[in-house]
Design a protein around this ligand. Structure first.
Ligand code: ZN
Length: 237
């Protein structure tokens, strides 16, 4: 059977891409960490639960995004063609340094390697249909490009429950977060998640969005600011 050089070229190029460009990693200072599982917490701010017509449960509501959804600093935000309403959700994100099972709340913060900001991009129209049908949120929350991450700062010396950060779109303030208003604090989230799922080094946890979620559009410039640690821009292209 004759197999053309072109065929091999294309096959090897695809292999190279899947092993290279699709690898999701994040930077904590000078250190690079390979991103493993991505956990996300829904409804962790009362005002956001209200704007979505949801109620706060007794336990955290957690869902997962595939790590192929990650958008790293400098990369464009590409909206899926099959949604007409992709929303931004600005969130504090933690990356796990040391994994564990049944991590005690008292010890939970010691498992964190770093903190960053993220956008839990959500195809709100698709999610609304899923909610109505009792179907999973995977498509609405896990599509390519749905997990936007800034660079991270080392966890040492940072109290995650005393932080304020913002999202501006085209220089207009859209979301303003204060972690003191979280329903479940970061230590409680780690203890709860690790009681159900084994946490591993490189796991990332989106800790929930405050109110003010809304649509993003082609050409929008999104600026995530956490003074004095992070200020990074992403463009919808
Ligand atoms: Zn979210």
């Amino acid at each position: 059977m004759f197999v053309s050089f072109d065929f091999f070229f294309r096959v090897f190029r695809v292999v190279d891409l899947s092993g290279g460009e699709c690898m999701a990693e994040l930077r904590v200072g000078e250190q690079k960490i390979r991103i493993n599982n991505i956990f996300c917490v829904a409804r962790n701010f009362v005002a956001h639960a209200k704007e979505m017509g949801s109620v706060i449960a007794d336990e955290p509501v957690v869902f997962i995004k595939p790590n192929s959804a990650v958008v790293q600093p400098g990369a464009p935000l590409v909206l899926p063609a099959w949604s007409n309403d992709v929303h931004h959700e600005l969130e504090l994100v933690v990356v796990i340094g040391e994994g564990g099972k049944n991590i005690a709340k008292e010890n939970a913060l010691n498992h964190i390697a770093g903190y960053g900001l993220g956008l839990d991009l959500t195809a709100r129209d698709v999610q609304a249909v899923a909610k109505k049908n009792g179907a999973p949120w995977t498509l609405a929350k896990g599509f390519d490009g749905a997990a936007v991450l800034t660079d991270f700062v080392a966890a040492q010396g940072i109290d995650p429950m005393q932080q304020q950060f913002t999202l501006h779109i085209n220089n207009e303030l859209r979301q303003s977060a204060d972690t003191r208003l979280m329903v479940f604090d970061v230590a409680t989230l780690i203890a709860w998640i690790s009681s159900k799922f084994t946490l591993q080094a490189g796991d990332v946890i989106y800790t929930g969005t405050p109110e003010g979620v809304g649509s993003i559009h082609l050409g929008d410039v999104l600026r995530l600011t956490w003074s004095p640690h992070i200020e990074q821009e992403f463009v919808v292209a």
